[in-house]
Write a protein that binds this ligand. Structure first.
Ligand SMILES: [Zn+2]
Length: 72
């Protein structure tokens, strides 16, 4: 799995090679990097958590946007 904090993509249980070869996945996580930039670091974390609690992971608008970015 991958978690983005600011401009850093943290990977768990996956090596960077595998991650980087998966274009859709990279685009997904890069979209989150952009969301940090657009919202500001703490603001994005707050909004992301709010969206997750309110709408769930799948319907979180930031995840919806990141999934769209996968095939962009
Ligand atoms: Zn995501």
């Amino acid at each position: 799995m991958a978690i983005v904090l600011g401009h850093t993509i943290h990977l768990w249980n996956v090596n960077p090679d595998t991650f980087l070869k998966n274009e859709r996945w990279v685009r997904h996580e890069l979209c989150h990097v952009r969301q940090y930039d657009e919202n500001g670091f703490f603001s994005f974390i707050c909004k992301y958590l709010y969206q997750s609690i309110r709408y769930g992971y799948t319907n979180n608008k930031f995840e919806v946007e990141a999934r769209k970015a996968e095939s962009a």
